[in-house]
Design a protein around this ligand. Structure first.
Ligand SMILES: NC(=O)c1ccc[n+]([C@@H]2O[C@H](COP(=O)([O-])OP(=O)(O)OC[C@H]3O[C@@H](n4cnc5c(N)ncnc54)[C@H](O)[C@@H]3O)[C@@H](O)[C@H]2O)c1
Ligand SMILES: [Zn+2]
Ligand SMILES: [Zn+2]
Length: 343
């Protein structure tokens, strides 16, 4: 089969053998649509130490089950499924508490430490946990982002313990930030503030009704703007989904005293926590590799018309052109947000 492989240095489109069932909880899925995640770029850029060389990249996809291990009972051949970006056993200490990102037998494996989805077929371990059936009225396009960026956005909003009417600031109006905004609406946020240096992305947040206010911190005094909207208190919660050089600093500066700051972005550099300066602000920081445990509920919300992430697909590429897709995604060419790769 054709597969996109990271050789430890670059990516190549090459031939690989079709995966086989290795464990009774495995499934083999025929990939129908996949997407490229910023985290794939982090691997290529050398910022993911655990990533294995010569791995097939990709962890964001939907497809069709074509083979099942003997102990997977709740899926059948032919099921249309959304895949979780994380592999989790459902049985260890962390899984039992919903902290699947820290599963003792899993974590971020697909496209990182085991072969991922940018191939015609992929082996999914613990398939009974890692695959979720897509409702009949939900298309592959509708479901493409459920297992990764939509889960991450929802997780960021959930970490903030949003109360009805809260004013929420979201730093980064990239795919994850936009999913945070869509999720904050579901948690009944009162006002949503989008912060980004990319005007086109701020526009998307506005056009799709995801943000009530948008600010470019390069063009305004962001602390002051947030104060004006919040009786000088600061945002009731902040979700950092940008990972820029100064966005951690913006996050704690614009947060109200006693608020929660959810750090969903994956930083490429260490950040400074200036405790003397923020003393007395009594902030709560939550860091987050996504515990993607809500796939079923998210698919139900999509099915019921309460959530829709289709607007994130800015272009579609055939799998044969995936090298171009990676290049365009990396350079954010042509107003790129997310790509759908079709197989
Ligand atoms: N926690 C998780 O499990 C998880 C899951 C998926 C993605 N992520 C991470 O979330 C982050 C966002 O993902 P994405 O796909 O939306 O990435 P993205 O790069 O497309 O979006 C980031 C946005 O932040 C903006 N930005 C960058 N620097 C800024 C600055 N200084 N001030 C204001 N805005 C700035 C960019 O313009 C961009 O629109 C990435 O770091 C990604 O690795 C984390
Ligand atoms: Zn991802
Ligand atoms: Zn586990």
């Amino acid at each position: 089969m054709k597969a996109l492989v990271w050789d430890g240095n670059d990516i190549i489109l090459t031939e690989r053998p079709r995966p086989k069932i290795e464990n009774s909880r495995d499934a083999i899925v025929k990939v129908c649509l996949s997407s490229i995640c910023t985290s794939d770029l982090h691997i290529i850029n050398g910022y993911v130490p655990k990533a294995c060389k010569n791995i097939i990249l990709g962890h964001e996809f939907v497809g069709e089950v074509i083979e099942l291990g003997d102990s997977v009972s709740d899926l059948k051949i032919g099921d249309r499924v959304s895949a979780n970006c994380e592999t989790f056993c459902g049985e260890c200490y962390f899984c039992k508490q919903g902290y699947i990102n820290n599963c003792e037998n899993g974590g971020w494996k697909l496209g990182c430490t085991i072969d991922g989805c940018q191939a015609e077929y992929v082996r999914v371990p613990f398939a009974d946990k890692g695959l979720t059936k897509i409702p009949d009225n939900v298309s592959f396009r509708n479901a493409l982002f459920v297992g990764d960026i939509l889960s991450s956005g929802y997780f960021g909003a959930e970490l903030c313990e949003i109360k009805s009417g809260d004013t929420i600031a979201v730093i980064g109006a990239g795919p994850v930030g936009l999913c945070v905004m869509a999720s904050a609406k579901i948690f009944n946020a009162g006002g949503i503030i989008a912060i980004d240096i990319d005007e086109a992305r701020l526009n998307i947040a506005k056009i799709h009704g995801l943000a009530d206010y948008v600010f470019n911190p390069n063009k305004c005094d962001i602390e002051n703007e947030i104060k004006k909207l919040t009786f000088s208190r600061g945002a009731d919660a902040v979700i950092e989904a940008a990972g820029g050089d100064n966005t951690f600093e913006i996050a704690w500066k614009i947060a109200r005293a006693n608020s929660i700051i959810a750090l969903v972005a994956m930083y490429e550099k260490a950040q400074i926590l200036p405790l003397p300066v923020m003393y007395g602000k009594n902030l709560i920081f939550k860091t987050g590799g996504v515990d993607a445990i809500h796939s079923k509920e998210l698919l139900e919300m999509i099915s019921a018309g309460k959530l829709n992430t289709d607007f994130l697909i800015s272009s579609e590429y055939p799998f044969s052109k995936i090298l171009n897709a990676y290049k365009d995604f990396d350079t954010k060419a042509n107003g790129c947000l997310k790509f759908a790769i079709s197989y």
